[in-house]
Design a protein around this ligand. Structure first.
Ligand code: FE2
Ligand code: FE2
Length: 474
């Protein structure tokens, strides 16, 4: 009897194993087939960038033709009564064109279908939805790192799977991505980043990580609604903002140390959106995690510029990346913890900002268990893992709920809520400190020399010639 039972257990176990292997193989095969069948659209890098308001978007793609580029938008999947939006084009370093169709007049709470068109080319039909009111969900990821050297198709498939998992859990209306989308900053890596049908059917807010600056393709790939605030900028792009629901997203380039430029940008963006209740800042560099000791000399300088900006403009949530280590900070004001989040899962009217970094999708970093893992004194929650992590942020009028998941898991490993009863919430009234303005100005000078260095590196490495002033002022 015992023998039969053992044999039966073996058979069941073998079947379970076989089934799980078949499943994995199916998933991989499915992506490979999708990749081959949709190569034309994938190579075009079609994606939807946010507009400043919910009634606007920019649809972007690569085109072989200079003329005759337009996007079509319809309320039905069969593209009935489609409206055409002419695209403007910019010549790319590869010799073709980047087409951008600026869409306006979108209604709230609708699903729109679109195609991208050029002479002899029509894309598949993709869709996107607009938010109905103040409630919406976002997928926050960072350091997706699609890497040419490691296989774009496979790495793009991993990101596609993450987006799909998030869509299974929430109605994701925007992907918030805090830099290092592409390891070498190559065009084909960006095309891989938005390869999936899910990515092409969601508004995607990207920003400049240090890796995105390793080439100039980001400049042509991104269609962000950049503002024209004066200052020193990276050649590949500057800061931009957009409003979704009752939240203002301030998306900034932390490669650029010109604090005076970022200060002007934030001030103007907030002035233009005085009544928006929530403020979320996004940029690449991890200010508070302190998980990588050799980066701390750079981080000290970054903190001098960025922390006062978050205090001055009463930022509720700061989304960052770069370290590849997941951390959620305490409530921080004037560089100090004002409330520990280590043992709580909710704050109401916090008297400062909460800073968050997610793990990397394709390059997650774990820590050696033998090591004493370093962690910043302002960090409340953190994990050491080589699992892929993604986050669903549920925004509503009264709260932001952060749910952080390991890939493949049904339940979040962290759930944390920020509640605010008024627009100012608990944010203290900011008192100006002239030293911060001096730090921002010194950052401006530093960034001029930094941009000259980047310009000369690109010339040496790839023979890319950037005009001198464009190399400094963007
Ligand atoms: Fe990274
Ligand atoms: Fe980075």
């Amino acid at each position: 009897m015992k023998k039969i039972f053992t044999r039966l257990t073996c058979v069941v176990l073998c079947l379970v194993l076989l089934f799980s292997f078949t499943n994995t193989a199916f998933a991989a095969d499915g992506w490979h087939e999708y990749w081959q069948a949709n190569s034309a659209d994938i190579e075009k890098g079609i994606y939807i960038a946010p507009g400043q308001t919910e009634s606007e978007r920019t649809i972007r793609w690569y085109s072989d033709s200079k003329d005759g580029n337009f996007a079509e938008i319809s309320l039905s999947e069969d593209m009935a009564d489609a409206k055409q939006f002419t695209a403007s084009v910019t010549e790319t370093p590869q010799g073709d064109y980047s087409a951008e169709a600026y869409i306006s007049g979108l209604e709230k709470g609708e699903t729109y279908y679109y195609t991208c068109n050029a002479d002899g080319y029509k894309s598949s039909v993709y869709s996107f939805s607009t938010v109905a009111d103040t409630s919406f969900s976002a997928l926050y990821v960072t350091d997706v790192h699609i890497s040419y050297d490691e296989g774009i198709e496979e790495q793009s498939g991993k990101f596609a799977d993450i987006i799909s998992q998030a869509n299974d859990k929430a109605d994701v209306s925007v992907i918030l991505s805090t830099g290092d989308q592409a390891t070498l900053g190559r065009r084909d890596e960006y095309c891989g980043y938005v390869a999936s049908e899910d990515a092409k059917s969601t508004t995607v807010a990207i920003l400049e990580g240090n890796h995105d600056r390793k080439n100039i393709d980001y400049k042509y790939f991104n269609a962000n609604p950049e503002t024209d605030d004066a200052g020193v900028k990276s050649y590949i792009g500057g800061d931009y903002w957009f409003v979704k629901g009752d939240t203002l997203f301030l998306v900034m380039d932390a490669n650029n140390a010109d604090g005076a430029y970022h200060h002007r940008f934030m001030k103007n963006a907030i002035k233009a959106n005085k009544d928006v209740k929530w403020r979320v800042a996004m940029f690449h560099h991890d200010l508070l995690g302190q998980r990588i000791p050799h980066r701390e000399s750079e981080n000290k300088l970054l903190r001098l510029i960025w922390l006062p900006l978050m205090d001055e403009f009463s930022i509720d949530l700061v989304l960052m990346g770069h370290s590849h280590y997941y951390t959620l900070s305490n409530v921080v004001y004037r560089k100090k913890t004002v409330l520990s989040t280590a043992d709580i899962d909710k704050v109401t009217d916090p008297k400062g900002s909460v800073y968050m970094v997610s793990g990397s999708i394709n390059h997650p970093r774990g820590l050696d268990p033998e090591d004493v893992p370093p962690v910043g004194e302002n960090i409340g929650k953190y994990v050491d893992t080589e699992e892929m992590i993604y986050n669903i942020l549920d925004f509503s009028e009264d709260s932001i709920v952060i749910k952080s998941y390991y890939s493949g898991e049904d339940e979040p490993f962290t759930e944390f809520t920020i509640e605010k009863s008024t627009q100012q919430g608990g944010h203290p009234k900011y008192i100006q400190n002239p030293l911060n303005a001096i730090a921002r100005f010194l950052g401006e000078i530093y960034s001029v020399f930094n941009n000259i260095g980047v310009r000369s590196d690109l010339k040496k490495k790839y023979d890319i010639i950037i005009p001198f002033f464009a190399g400094i002022f963007g």
